[in-house]
Design a protein around this ligand. Sequence first.
Ligand code: CXF
Ligand code: ZN
Length: 368
Amino acid sequence: MKVTAAVATAPRSPFEIQLLDLEPPRSDEILVRIAAVGLCHTDVSARDQLLPIPLPAVLGHEGAGVVESVGEAVTKVVPGDRVVLTFRSCGRCTRCEVHQPSYCEHSGVLNFAGARPDGSRALRRDGEAISSNFFGQSSFATHALAYERNVVKVAQDAPLDTYAPLGCGIQTGAGAVLRSIACEPGSSLLVTGAGSVGLSAVMAARGIARCGAIMVSDPMPERRALARELGATHVIDPATGKLAHLVRAIMPAGVDYALDTTGQSKVMDAAVFCLRLAGTLGLLGIPAKADAPTPGYANVVLARGLRIQGILEGDSDPDVFIPELIAHHRAGNFPFDRLISRYPFTEINQAIDDQHAGKCTKAVLVME
Ligand code: CXF
Ligand code: ZN
């Protein structure tokens, strides 16, 4: 079938809206008519080849839509079901068995190969193969092929242009607080970086985990203001001093937990020195350099009993966690819709520019 897609053609170049051919679903595939798709920094990283998906490629991994047809082996959903798409996992490996699918042993081949595991590509343009299957979806397109493991069924009246970013950014921030670190009520938390992941962590800490002090450090005044509205008890402009001094002026012993969403070595290093004894730093932001060192000094980490924990997708088990987040949203405890700015799908390049400039926090592209 013909689909309209935003194609990444070259690093740091605008996405191009093109008409492509999409193969019909194979027996384990689910054809989804995409209604909306969130924009995650990882899409831009893949376009710019920090993640080496062969170009040209159709990216996009926060899709949401309506099932149009299914392969004969699919039983989880039927045509007409509304679904949120997320990362893909095998469901059978050691990590999937213990409900840690974001660390699936086969994650690389299932999410980042730019093709199906057998090497075939589902997308073509004038006969030329285009990289597909990004996060088992490639949802910067009017239709996408997904799998039972990465579709989460939602209600028939679900607002898909709100729920789309649950599949990556929102569950990453919220899951870090609720699942990876499991912050206790009353515990103190520092979040570095007030983008959509950091602010999802703040909202989960405030409305669900019921943390005590919630500190947010971000250089942009608008983001600090939004952080305060969404539940931060203290906001910090990192330009005004050393982060550890600013945090310890509020809480002299240091914070129980810190979550870094920036991936910047200087920020991650600074976060280590904000922790109380035996505190934990969670790393959510992907460093731009592949060889960025683990933050802190080994002696300090050892002597202070610190933990440094890598976090992918908030340790989400999507079929369980996404419905939980939706329930919290409906109950008013997790107002993540406040992060969203909607753009027509064809305005993808404007949305990227705006998100980069901090003019919006989470762009969601809506199909016309
Ligand atoms: C990222 C997490 C780090 C590796 C690449 C993919 N996930 C979501 O955007
Ligand atoms: Zn993402």
